[in-house]
Design a protein around this ligand. Structure first.
Ligand code: 13P
Length: 287
């Protein structure tokens, strides 16, 4: 059964590790992530952007697929199904469809409007037992059409949003969606530290997990990050493994064109990436 992400992230923050949010795109992605979580006894959060939700047919289709896999694969670790960078309307759709967690990304609104909309969604989510993430500052780069300038969050604004009762908070600290450019300045630990000083026990979220060096990930966890989002890295791993399979001409050998064979190396590559991240984040054995 799906659970909200509140408890798993409270435990992670208290235990000084982070739970991975891995974004899903289809059945292979979802199966790979759930099986890896089970094999490594790790809690996990499945992230769904609005674009990915649409791609998979809609939010009800996503909920049906995930709930079915939880049952059929006997997934015995805590799993949350979370809307990633949701719009105001998207959040309501996911609450109705059966998600167990939502993110409202109001970072592009003036802070008063972000506060007002987040307040309303906190009540709607909590009324149905879902957890809710909010965002202050912005995550740089682009993800599924959501574009951010990457400005660091104002810690006082973080405190204002935290006080609305959100369950975890994404604060922009120089992180970027997608690959990091060669001239990237790195994470602003000064900002993260200031945010944590003001928001206390609230679990903090690090978006743009792809390509952040291990030492920065570990330092971010010591400063209160309890959820780390990874998307692009699984896409790159899947694409590379699939390309190798095709370039080696394996799809032309025997029944190598069978989708169950063609998509297998990519699926295994996602599993390996997710396992590596769970080990780095410290969530293995914490289910
Ligand atoms: P990456 O694609 O950079 O891993 O970012 C994922 C993310 O932050 C999802 O919200």
């Amino acid at each position: 059964m799906l659970v909200s992400a509140t408890e798993m992230l409270k435990k992670a923050k208290a235990g000084h590790y982070a739970v991975g949010q891995f974004n899903i795109n289809n059945l292979e992605w979802t199966k790979a992530i759930l099986l890896t979580a089970k094999e490594n006894k790790s809690p996990v959060i499945l992230g769904v952007s609005e674009g990915a939700g649409k791609y998979m047919g809609g939010y009800h289709a996503v909920v049906g697929m995930v709930n079915g896999l939880l049952k059929d694969l006997d997934i015995d670790v805590p799993v949350a199904l979370h809307l990633d960078h949701g719009s105001f309307e998207g959040c309501y759709k996911c609450i109705e469809a059966g998600f167990s967690s939502i993110m409202f990304d109001g970072s592009h609104y003036p802070i008063d409007e972000n506060v007002q909309k987040t307040t309303e969604l906190v009540a709607a989510a909590h009324g149905k037992g879902l957890s809710i993430e909010a965002e202050v500052g912005s995550i740089g780069g682009e993800e599924d059409g959501v574009i951010g300038m990457g400005e660091c969050a104002d810690p006082k604004e973080c405190k204002a949003i935290a006080d609305l009762g959100v369950d975890f908070l994404a604060a922009g600290i120089g992180n970027i969606h997608g690959k990091y450019p060669a001239n990237w300045k790195g994470l602003s630990f000064e900002t993260l530290d200031a945010v944590q000083q003001l928001t206390g026990e609230l679990p903090l979220v690090l978006h743009g997990g792809t390509g952040i060096p291990a030492d920065m990930i570990k330092k971010a966890i010591t400063l209160g990050v309890a959820k780390i989002n990874v998307n692009t890295e699984c896409q790159l791993a899947f694409a590379e493994a699939t390309r190798k399979y095709v370039e080696a001409g394996k799809d032309l050998e025997g029944k190598g064109f069978d989708p169950r064979k063609l998509l297998a190396p990519g699926t295994e590559a996602i599993k390996a990436t997710v396992k590596e991240k769970m080990e780095l984040f410290g969530s293995v054995g914490k289910a």
